[in-house]
Design a binder for this molecule. Structure first.
Ligand SMILES: CC(=O)/C=C/C=C(C)/C=C/C1=C(C)CCCC1(C)C
Ligand SMILES: CC(/C=C/C=O)=C\C=C\C=O
Ligand SMILES: [Fe+2]
Length: 557
């Protein structure tokens, strides 16, 4: 069963459930008890009560006879269907002001035929939506139709270079041909599985680290509409997976692997043209540090130069190394560069202690009594300068947790202080005692009105130990240096995403959304109060979804 078609969703009459089982020899086909299979064709429809008439009977898998005990945690199991959409029964109350769609992207399909991928980041993108209106919640998910995904489905094998997977070559000449295509970018993946952003002009774009993996999607149907083709001639093949996106601009970094450095670029809403703000030359080679994300303040862009560097040799390898396309170069040191957004001038370039981060949380300008900016403060989820976290995210590791061993390396909120008085060094400290959040720390969000400004609260995933992956949601109070943690045994929560209440004056006045994958194979959408961090609502999904990475909020106009 390998086809899928759907047209004409009539959301208010019934919610069709479209289904494509990933029929794999190593992945049991799961027949959802609530679907009727048509005699012919791939379309499967289930009647779900109208969202206008409550309560709603949600298809449930509770009576499924499958014994799930021998299976991996659903967080690390490929999504079971190509797509689904339906209304969820809500326990608790969804605030009536919450009107819009939360989108979450992530690598949700980790196999093709009977070939299993190795790393979390290799999975083909699964986009999830939670549409809130009048206290009602409609959920859905759908695979992103990247060229890489479509080619893999068609040819039944990996066809592009993913984070760690590369196509299997039939002979040496095929390998040489693929290497040539690596330099043109033709063999790189466009599997946009990392994040999703709403541009100022309303386009919603899914992203990964390859520039070609910038795919425009429809936030309602989750359909892949096409590639965002950058119309400039800046070239380069990769960019930061986390641009800074506001209604006014899209800022990102383009690493230069040939002359180690980074272009800082800006794109205006309504255009596809990135313009150069300035360039940072790396202080040390042999290659730029990995830039998964970077922070900004109101007037500056902070460009990190991590000791975890891109590695040309590892890019060419057919088999992954423990650090994948990167290498640990402590002798290259670590630096933070500060560029003025308006002029492109570098106002500070300081050496900092060695660090490893995927995600910067926020940054702001520190002023003296006369309003002069004296320093930049930049916070990140810092993995104690230990790059092994990358290999911890191998699927085999994630799937092999026995519930007892404490395998998650320690992490903290790393706070950099970058002096603007010409001093050559910056500081790196913990912003709060890491035990406050169980020494796990990643996948963060803040109130977007605080972007680049002095802020007090951040939301992230922390740890309740023993664990091998962040398993709590944590609210960090960076002023009181305290954390409040949410945890449920066996649950794997995804990035807590803060949505502010319209008209709010308090920084934490809003809700925090997360999708939870449960040990028993189920899953639910969770809403916590941004201020008390208590649960206000949850809604069970018809089946648990795999772990996902980053989200965005598309408000209903
Ligand atoms: C999912 C996530 O957070 C990161 C995904 C990163 C990817 C897909 C990186 C891909 C790359 C290549 C395919 C070759 C060039 C280097 C690099 C950007 C790491
Ligand atoms: C999920 C993750 C790290 C968890 C470790 O604590 C990193 C994800 C990075 C990509 O977005
Ligand atoms: Fe990320």
């Amino acid at each position: 069963m390998d086809s899928l078609s759907l047209s004409g969703i009539c959301r208010h009459q019934f919610l069709p459930i479209t289904m494509l089982d990933f029929n794999q020899s190593n992945h049991r086909i799961e027949k959802a008890g609530f679907v009727r299979k048509p005699e012919k064709g791939g379309l499967t429809i289930t009647q779900v009560a109208s969202p206008l008439r409550r309560p709603v009977i949600v298809p449930s898998l509770d009576n499924e006879t499958v014994d799930r005990r021998d299976r991996n945690h659903v967080a690390w199991t490929s999504v079971r269907q190509e797509r689904w959409e339906g209304e969820l029964v809500v326990q608790g109350e969804i605030p009536l002001w919450l009107k819009g769609t939360y989108l979450r992207n992530g690598p949700g399909l980790w196999h093709i035929e009977d070939y299993n991928f190795r790393h979390l980041f290799d999975g083909y993108a699964t986009l999830v939506k939670l549409q809130f209106e009048n206290g009602i919640l409609i959920a859905g998910h759908r695979q992103i139709e990247s060229e890489a995904y479509k080619a893999a489905r068609k040819n039944k094998k990996v066809c592009f270079r993913e984070f760690s997977e590369v196509p299997k070559y039939e002979n040496f000449m095929a390998y040489v041909g693929d290497i040539a295509k690596l330099f043109s970018g033709a063999s790189l993946t466009d599997n946009a599985n990392t994040g999703v952003v709403k541009l100022g002009d309303g386009r919603v774009v899914c992203l990964t680290e390859t520039q070609k993996g910038s795919l425009v999607i429809d936030p309602n149907s989750l359909e892949t509409l096409g590639r965002l083709e950058y119309s400039d001639s800046l070239g380069g093949l990769i960019h930061s997976a986390h641009p800074i996106v506001t209604d006014a601009e899209f800022l990102t970094l383009l690493p230069d692997l040939v002359n180690p450095g980074y272009l800082v670029v800006r794109m205006e809403p309504g255009t596809n043209e990135r313009k150069v703000i300035g360039r940072v030359n790396c202080r040390n080679g042999p290659a730029p540090g990995w830039v998964h994300s970077f922070p900004v303040t109101e007037h500056y862009v902070v460009v990190p130069e991590m000791p975890l560097r891109y590695c040309a040799q590892n890019l060419l390898r057919a088999e992954p190394t423990p650090l994948y396309k990167f290498e640990w170069r402590p002798e290259s040191k670590a630096f933070l560069h500060v560029m003025c957004k308006a002029s492109g001038k570098i106002v500070a370039s300081v050496e900092v202690p060695l660090f490893v981060t995927f995600h910067f949380i926020n940054a702001y300008e520190e002023e003296d009594e006369d309003g002069r900016v004296t320093a930049i403060i930049a916070d990140c989820c810092e993995h104690n300068a230990d790059a092994t976290i990358l290999d911890q995210l191998r699927l085999q590791n994630l799937r092999s947790f026995n519930g007892k061993d404490d395998l998650l390396p320690d992490a903290r909120v790393g706070r950099f202080t970058i002096p603007l008085d010409g001093s050559p060094y910056g500081k790196l400290e913990s912003a709060l005692e890491p035990d406050e959040h169980g020494r796990g720390m990643d996948m963060c969000s803040i109130n977007p009105t605080k972007l680049g400004k002095k802020y007090r609260y951040a939301y992230a995933c922390g740890a309740q130990r023993p664990c091998h992956f962040p398993n709590t949601l944590t609210k960090l109070d960076l002023v009181k240096k305290k954390a409040k943690n949410w945890h449920e045994a066996g649950a794997v929560p995804s990035e807590p995403f803060f949505v502010a209440r319209p008209g709010a004056t308090e920084e934490d006045d809003g809700v925090v959304i997360s999708l939870i994958s449960e040990k028993n194979g189920n899953g639910y959408a969770l809403l916590l109060d941004g201020s008390t961090f208590e649960e206000i609502a949850r809604a069970k999904l018809p089946y648990g979804l795999p772990y996902g990475l980053h989200g965005c909020w598309v408000p209903k106009e």
